[in-house]
Design a protein around this ligand. Structure first.
Ligand code: NOJ
Ligand code: CA
Length: 541
């Protein structure tokens, strides 16, 4: 049914940047980030070369799950401004050539949403069946997504006199997606934001949308997910759905549905195996990842990331590799969460070592797909383990070395969350302005990586081929798209290595790398790579 032509697909060449409005920039001095502040900071994002902004939920919410507990689908939480401020932000982003996608949370609402309030108050309310109720919780309960914080998935409600189902926190009752009235409402929500001019949605908790309450993953052709995909495609030829589905390798393919489903999915496999390869200094794991990642329809696209607003979950890796990563990167219990994840940012996990950070990012930018950055990671921000759960990685953006990191002019005790101060990752040292002054800073490195990425469509669109490098610590791969041919070489080891990779041409030009390398060889290229060294090389016909 789709008439999208592959060359038109903007998301294949996009550079996505994820923002939590609450912690990005405070424009009115009340200590809370807002749309006015974010609008002022759009030039930072345009300067970096970002082409698409993904906003975490900013809708009215009791904010017990960072806004994923939505109380009104049609508004902006007054703490972040008005709907007018949002539209002005959108206009200014688009004026700078940036598209905006927003989080779409349809699996559940907040328990404060008027639908749930009506549902719990009256058994005969038409809203009762918007949610899932039982007199007794079923004998077999699906595990809650937040072990250690929640005990089960059925919660007794006094007002209702029944139990309701919640896959996530107990204050996030699951919507009954089988109810056509719910679907009608959600279509209106999607249509509303599309009319305002957004370019798509990051779809929260996708596997749970096609799951039956009994928990067996049934790919139901009648599930709302497919209806939603068709709806978005009919309303706009350009809007995308970017799905969050951390599922085993056999499953992600189904969400692209032969080009009729979602356009993008987060590449949890690539992300997991990148961390595995870094900790083991083993390129073989990256080759494994590329074997495991399923082939997808040409309309579809993987989205590559290293960190985001949630805990780092490495459950796609073999257990022994996960164990090594935990031992190396989250040695302390306080760094771990939900018996599976790590509540740290990238930079401290890699010891604040810029070369290793560059290596990690270089892999992310050169694995096939569209890169997405978590705000603050472009300057190597740290985490605050004194914060609850995942709030550790959601501290205010560090703009300058002024009080409150230039995030807000409010009294420090009024800030939505304290800024990270002192030590290696404090705002006094790690901030945007400081990095602007230093040509070799991480931020300027990210800007150059993005520039190179944008100049070469092979990164977003190319077919990938793993190249034998003789050395198990050196990962070599090629990306080919049309007349664009890129050769990438990464040394995962901390010591220098000699890499030998087959090349079809003597026409080679290094575009990027930790330094300039001599490109020697005809049929084979031999590179003396530094420890954690990397090179992006263009092959010319
Ligand atoms: C996934 C989101 O990424 C996470 O932050 C949130 O807590 C859950 N979905 C529940 O909405
Ligand atoms: Ca504010």
């Amino acid at each position: 049914m789709l008439s999208r032509s592959v060359s038109d697909l903007w998301y294949k060449d996009a550079i996505i940047y994820c923002i939590d409005v609450e912690t990005y920039m405070d424009g009115n001095g009340d200590g809370i980030g807002d749309f006015r502040g974010l609008t002022v900071r759009l030039n930072h994002l345009a300067g970096l070369g970002v082409t698409c902004l993904w906003l975490l939920p900013f809708y009215p919410s009791p904010n017990r799950d960072n806004g994923y507990d939505i109380a009104d689908y049609y508004g902006v939480d007054p703490r972040y401004g008005s709907l007018g401020d949002f539209v002005e932000f959108l206009r200014q982003a688009r004026q700078r050539g940036m598209k905006v996608i927003v989080d779409l949370v349809v699996n559940h609402t907040s328990d404060q949403h008027p639908w749930f309030q009506a549902a719990r108050a009256d058994r005969d309310s038409p809203f009762r069946s918007f949610y899932i109720w039982e007199d007794e919780p079923p004998a077999h309960q699906e595990p809650n997504v937040f072990p250690g914080k929640e005990t089960g998935t059925w919660q007794y409600d006094e007002h209702a006199g029944q139990y309701y189902y919640h896959r996530f926190y107990h204050f996030e009752p699951d919507l009954n997606m089988a109810n056509t009235a719910v679907r009608d409402e959600l279509r209106k929500v999607i249509g509303f934001w599309m009319e305002l001019g957004i370019s798509g949605f990051r779809v929260d908790a996708v596997p749970f949308l096609i799951e039956s309450v009994e928990g067996s993953i049934v790919v139901d052709p009648a599930s709302f997910l497919w209806e939603m995909c068709r709806f978005v495609n009919v309303r706009s030829g350009d809007a995308i759905l970017l799905g969050e589905a951390n599922v085993p390798p056999s499953q992600p393919g189904q969400y692209f549905d032969q080009g009729n489903g979602m356009q993008m999915l987060f590449n949890f496999i690539a992300m997991n195996y990148t961390f595995g390869a870094l900790v083991r200094q083993a390129a073989t794991l990256l080759a494994d990842a590329l074997n495991i990642i399923p082939a997808i329809h040409p309309i579809g696209q993987w989205t590559n990331f290293l960190r985001n607003h949630d805990e780092l979950d490495l459950s796609r890796l073999p257990q022994s590799v996960q164990d090594d990563h935990f031992a190396a990167c989250a040695p302390d219990q306080s760094m771990r969460l939900y018996n599976r994840g790590i509540r740290r940012r990238l930079a401290p996990m890699l010891g604040g070592d810029q070369r290793r950070l560059e290596l990690a990012y270089s892999l992310m930018f050169t694995l096939p797909g569209t890169p997405v950055l978590w705000y603050g990671d472009e300057i190597g921000m740290g985490e605050d383990l004194a914060q609850e759960e995942r709030l550790s990685v959601r501290t205010p953006m560090q703009w300058t070395d002024d009080p409150n990191a230039g995030f807000s002019s409010a009294d420090p005790e009024k800030l939505v969350r304290p800024v990270i101060s002192g030590g290696k990752f404090g705002y006094e040292r790690v901030n945007v302005i400081a990095q602007q002054r230093v040509p070799e800073s991480l931020m300027n490195w990210v800007e150059r990586a993005i520039r190179n990425h944008k100049e070469h469509p092979a990164f977003g669109r190319g077919a990938v081929q793993v190249l034998g490098t003789v050395d198990r610590a050196v990962f070599g791969h090629r990306l080919d798209w049309d007349s664009d041919h890129m050769l990438l070489v990464h040394n995962l080891a901390s010591r220098p290595r000699t890499a030998t990779v087959p090349v079809p041409t003597a026409g080679m030009r290094q575009l990027f790398g930790n330094r300039s390398y001599a490109l020697r060889g005809r049929k084979e290229l031999t590179l003396e790579l530094d420890g954690h060294g990397y090179a992006w090389i263009e092959l010319r016909e």
